[in-house]
Structures are given as structure tokens and as C-alpha cells.
Design a binder for this molecule. Structure first.
Ligand code: UGA
Length: 443
């Protein structure tokens, strides 16, 4: 029988799991979040979100106040609590390989399965190699006292950091990878309020649902690298990639989203997902079909070295001893996430070449300091640009967009700017005496 108002467990409380747990409680479900990290669980239970995500702390407090949400480290508790169990743990890139590290997913499914004694649905939300759900079905059924009464479904998540709450409560679509009508009906019950809003639902087999996620991220990465490849061509021809992108975007078949040229993509998802996908396609014997994604990755990487090239030119050909203000560290604005952050990669390359970098980011400083202890940091944008020989805008935070070119100019030694994110008005800066360079735009 389908449980009409199921109790939900959410395993893993990172960006995805914490947001999912909070939003489902807001929507009226009883939710138990589980994480093996005691500190995270303590923080969440006391209303503190352990990472920066706009709007989530308020929603967490609201959900805790409703009495419908709590967090635990105890798998016994989670297994007994839920009718539907969502698994939201990470699948990072394995070190030294392109493959996804499946340790956390495998462990979450197994720990739950061992303890579940009656008919339940285990729903994976993590981004995984195709074939994972089928493999896990066998594993959990062999481990669980519930045996074949345990079913695995896949429900990929498309939320963006910085918009996690909105993307979860009002997604563009829901994808349910299922093996039975029961699993489909149980998922429909678990997402009833979102479906009632008119959100389209695509119901598929398990493999398709796993693929949708990596295909979507591959498409987005390809779109970004496409425009960045055009930026390379623009630089060789004197053309302007901003105008090019604008003209392309007015073709409604192409559209303007994810067509912003600049320093390219980073973060915990796009880079590792395209690598894991090519790795999996190779394993499946269809490597040719995804070979272009290696090029997508390569174009993306070249933007970072190109940014360093332009800065070297700006300071007169030699970065050694040059003071470079690096504005931004997070992989994108409105996030404190520094996983595969293009900004920090550029700062590191500058540092390796002997430049004296001063990195500042409005939210990501603690994470940046932890991950790149060898770099130098400033406590404010003003402090970062003080006596700089060149300023590099690497993550387009609003604070940097709003900066006054004249005021910044008064602090630096040389008014030289690389706008690596096409976020600033070059004319205003030039009028204030700055030499301005942007990737893919004429000098
Ligand atoms: C991405 C996807 O957009 C989500 O749909 C997906 O759920 C998520 O990965 C995931 O797999 O979990 P996210 O990593 O939060 O979300 O970040 P995006 O907003 O997609 O930005 C990715 C990177 O691309 C950033 O570094 C951003 O600066 C860059 N970007 C984005 C560009 O360089 N140009 C653009 O036009 C857009």
C-alpha cells in the first residue's frame, strides 16, 4: 500500500540533503535528517546551517519550530522512522581518477538496508554513474531483513547553490526513476504539494533517471565552454564575445542562460560530473559519444591560464613580485563553496609564478584559507586592492559590481583591471583612468 502522507528520512546533510530535509518539512512532511557528522547534526538541530546558502537558515528555523524536523546520527532511528528514505550523500571525484567515489552512497544504502524490516522505498538523489541504482537494488535486497520488499528509486536533484530553497520548492521538473507503479505512487505522495503546483513529472526507468542528471550538467558545461571557446576566437580576431553572446542569445532556440563568457565553470558538480560521465561512458564502451566533454573540460581549464596570461601582460610581462588583488574565491557568487573554484585556481597559478596575491571573498574566506593555506588573504576588498599592481575580478559578487572605480583607483599603485567575469562596466572604469582587460573582448 502507498503511504499517503509518508514520513521522510534524508541521509546526508550537505547542500542537497539539508535543503531537501528543510523544504520537505516546510511542505508539511515529518522529516528526520541523518548525518554521520555529529557536529553538523548538533548545528542543524540548533538552527544553524553549516554552510552559506541564502534563505536556508530562516527556513531551517521555521521547520524546526514546526516540530516536523529533527536531525540525528543514528541509523536505527532513521530506519525505523521513514516510509521513504532519500539518500543525498556526495559522490566526489576519486583522487587520481575521473571516476565518482561511491563510498558514501554505498554505505548509506547499506546502513539503512541492514536495519529496515518492512516494505520501504530507498530513493537516491545523489549524482551517480549509470547502473548504480540497479546495482544497489541487488545489494540492499540481499542485506535487508525486508528483502524484496525494499525498492530503490532514483530522483535526481537539479538545485543550484545560491538558489537551493527556490529550486527545491519550485523545481523546473521532477524526474522519478522507478521499477514499479508502487514506487511511482509512493514518490508522487512524497512530492504531492510540488506536483499540485503543476510541476512536470517525467517518469522513467532507473538508468534514464540517472542519466538525466549527468546529461543536464554536461549540456550546461558545454554551453559555457562553447561561449568560452568563442571568446578564444574573439581574442584572436579583435571581436567582442559579449556582443557575440548577446546576439546569439536573442535566437530563442539558443537562449541566453548559461552563455556568460568568462572564467568558466567550477564547483562541486559540473567539473566532476562531466569527468565521471566520460569515465563511465568509456567503461560502457561508448567513450566516443562523450569524448567531446574532454574538450569542454579543456576549454574550461584554458580560461584560467588565459586569465594569468592577461594579468602577466598587464603588469608588463613578469608576475614575479607583482601585487595582484584577487577579488573573489568562491566558485560563483552567493556561495561559500570553493570546490574546484576557478578564482582560487587563478590565484594559485599567480602565486606559483611569484606574484604576491591578496585574495578577498565576502563569504568564502574560511573555506579558501583552509584549502589554500599558502595564499595571502585580505579582510576586505579595499585591503586586497591596496597598493595593487593589478586587480583581478574573479567571482562576480554584487559587492564588487557595486565598487566605485575612482575610490578603488585611489588605493592601487597601478589602475589595471582584469574583469574575468564580464561583470564590470569597462567604460566607467576606463573613464576613471583604468586600463581594462576582459577575457574575449578587445583591449
Ligand atoms: C549546477 C547545476 O546548475 C544544477 O542544476 C545542478 O543541480 C548542480 O550543478 C548539481 O549538480 O548539484 P551549481 O554547481 O550550483 O549548479 O552552479 P551553477 O549555477 O550551475 O554554476 C556552475 C559554474 O558555472 C559556476 O562556476 C559559474 O560561475 C559558471 N557559469 C555559469 C559560467 O561560467 N557561465 C554561465 O553562463 C553560467
Amino acid at each position: 500500500p502507498v503511504v499517503e502522507h509518508p514520513r521522510l528520512t534524508v541521509v546526508g546533510t550537505g547542500y542537497l540533503g539539508a535543503t531537501h530535509a528543510v523544504c520537505m518539512a516546510i511542505l508539511g512532511y515529518e522529516v528526520l535528517g541523518l548525518d554521520v557528522d555529529e557536529k553538523k547534526v548538533r548545528q542543524l538541530n540548533s538552527g544553524v546551517v553549516p554552510f552559506f546558502e541564502p534563505g536556508l537558515p530562516e527556513k531551517l528555523q521555521e521547520a524546526l519550530g514546526s516540530g516536523r524536523l529533527r536531525f540525528t546520527t543514528d541509523y536505527d532511528d532513521a530506519a525505523a522512522f521513514g516510509d521513504v528514505h532519500f539518500i543525498c550523500v556526495g559522490t566526489p571525484q576519486t583522487s587520481g581518477s575521473a571516476a565518482a567515489d561511491m563510498t558514501y552512497v554505498d554505505s548509506a544504502f547499506s546502513e539503512l538496508a541492514r536495519r529496515i524490516t518492512s516494505r520501504s522505498l530507498l530513493v537516491g538523489k545523489s549524482t551517480v554513474p549509470t547502473g548504480t541504482a540497479a546495482r544497489l537494488t541487488e545489494t540492499v535486497r540481499s542485506l535487508s531483513p525486508a528483502g524484496a520488499a525494499l525498492e530503490v528509486a532514483w530522483n535526481p536533484e537539479f538545485l543550484r547553490e545560491g538558489f537551493a530553497v527556490k529550486d527545491t520548492l519550485h523545481p523546473d521538473r521532477l524526474v522519478f526513476g522507478v521499477e514499479s507503479d508502487w514506487a511511482q505512487a509512493q514518490l508522487e505522495a512524497a512530492f504531492a504539494p510540488i506536483i499540485a503546483e503543476g510541476t512536470p513529472v517525467v517518469v522513467s526507468d532507473l538508468a534514464t533517471s540517472e542519466l538525466v542528471k549527468v546529461a543536464a550538467n554536461s549540456f550546461l558545461a558545454t554551453k559555457i565552454s562553447f561561449i568560452n571557446a568563442m571568446a578564444e576566437v574573439c581574442e584572436a580576431t579583435g571581436a567582442d564575445v559579449s556582443l557575440l553572446a548577446q546576439a546569439l542569445s536573442l535566437d530563442s532556440r539558443i537562449g541566453g542562460r548559461f552563455l556568460n563568457p568568462g572564467l568558466g565553470f567550477g564547483g562541486g558538480c559540473l567539473p566532476k560530473d562531466i569527468r565521471a560521465f566520460t569515465h563511465r561512458a568509456d567503461e560502457l564502451g561508448v567513450g566516443q559519444a562523450t569524448a567531446f566533454l574532454r574538450e569542454v573540460d579543456g576549454i574550461n581549464d584554458r580560461r584560467r591560464t588565459r586569465a594569468v596570461d592577461v594579468l602577466r601582460e598587464l603588469v608588463g610581462g613578469d608576475l614575479r613580485g607583482a601585487r595582484i588583488a584577487c577579488l573573489g574565491a568562491a566558485f560563483k557568487p552567493n556561495s561559500d563553496d570553493v570546490r574546484d573554484a576557478p578564482a582560487l585556481h587563478v590565484a594559485q597559478l599567480l602565486h606559483d609564478e611569484g606574484a604576491r596575491v591578496a585574495v578577498y571573498d565576502p563569504e568564502a574566506m574560511p573555506n579558501a584559507r583552509r584549502k589554500y593555506p599558502e595564499l595571502s588573504y585580505a579582510d576586505s576588498a579595499e585591503e586586497a586592492v591596496e597598493r595593487a599592481d593589478a586587480v583581478a575580478l574573479l567571482t562576480e559578487w554584487q559587492e564588487f559590481r557595486d565598487a566605485d572605480p575612482a575610490a578603488l583607483g585611489a588605493l592601487v599603485t597601478h589602475r589595471r583591471l582584469l574583469d574575468a567575469r564580464h561583470a564590470l562596466d569597462a567604460d566607467t572604469y576606463r573613464a576613471a583612468g583604468w586600463e581594462v582587460r576582459a577575457l574575449g573582448r578587445p583591449k
